[in-house]
Design a protein around this ligand. Sequence first.
Ligand SMILES: Cc1cc2nc3c(=O)[nH]c(=O)nc-3n(C[C@H](O)[C@H](O)[C@H](O)COP(=O)(O)O)c2cc1C
Length: 350
Amino acid sequence: MTAVLPAIRDFEAAARARLDPAHYDYFACGAGDEVTVKANEAAFARLALLPRVLRGAGSPRIGVTLLGSRAAMPVLVAPTAFHRLADPEGEKATARAAAAAETVMIVSMAATVAVEDVVAAAPGATLWFQLYVQPDMAFTEAIVRRAEAAGCAALVVTVDSPARGRRDQDVRNGFDDLPEGMRCENLRDDDRGTVRPIVMSPVISWEHVDLLRRMTRLPIVLKGVTHPADARLALDHGVSALYVSNHGGRQLDGVPASVDLLPEIVAAVGGAVPVLMDGGIRRGTDVVKAMALGASAVAVGRPVIWGLAAGGECGVARVLGLLRDEVEHALTLCGLASTHDLEPGLVRRC
Ligand SMILES: Cc1cc2nc3c(=O)[nH]c(=O)nc-3n(C[C@H](O)[C@H](O)[C@H](O)COP(=O)(O)O)c2cc1C
């Protein structure tokens, strides 16, 4: 990767040129007609920024502390599966880049490198662990214990997946499994010596959230909340943070853009816990818009994959660096000293 790639879009083009087409499609595609995939990005384009002037704000501060984890920028690495499809080092490369950027990486339960090996490869990285609750609660507990023992600082429980999303492009490509030699290493079952398939189960309920709260002292982040009523229920069930997400449009097609869902969820939560969001963030200005509408921080999924496929660890570092620079630049142009100064009045719907 020698050419200067000035925008996330360029990383996507570079990734597309390098990846096996079926693997590119797996990362890029969404469910159904991809209405939600497109909406996530289009919604940011419909939000305008109204900068303030002559405020003498100086260089902006963009660091955040979330659930005790410090990040040098308000952009986290969203949990995404199968990083070794993008680069042989897979999640190890992503974690090293996240550590260098001093931000949080949320390691997917569907990672192709075991969480213990990710930790070993990236000393000093701040990792959170993403979990799909498995109907076999003893197995779920074993996974949670591994994440705790590895030093993960929070548990991100994805709740938008009572069934697997139907992604037509994967069906057209016949992509339904990892290639030989790659497995979801966090699903390895020591008792059986095999890797279990991930079960997306429709029986998962609020009871499981209660069980998890009793099971672990890690803060629980609920990922995939889109309905304000669920946001209120989540508070009743004692979660530590909410994470507004439509899974990058890969689960239920037709869900609104994440950034359009944000204001209602933020209002429902009323400041009781942090609210994270992801979906369609491709620019620093998108980060600023989401935070002005009440997000405590955001996360990026595909941009990190594009960096990884384009240039391994260095590519991810450049994607994260680009976003950090763009956030700082956007705040400066908005006349703000800190992300804490962002407020809804800076955003206009157009
Ligand atoms: C290829 C791919 C794999 C994903 N795997 C997971 C996963 O294992 N667990 C999860 O909670 N979300 C997963 N997601 C959803 C992301 O965490 C995130 O919600 C989404 O990518 C955000 O949208 P963006 O790609 O536009 O940034 C995945 C997304 C993609 C694109």
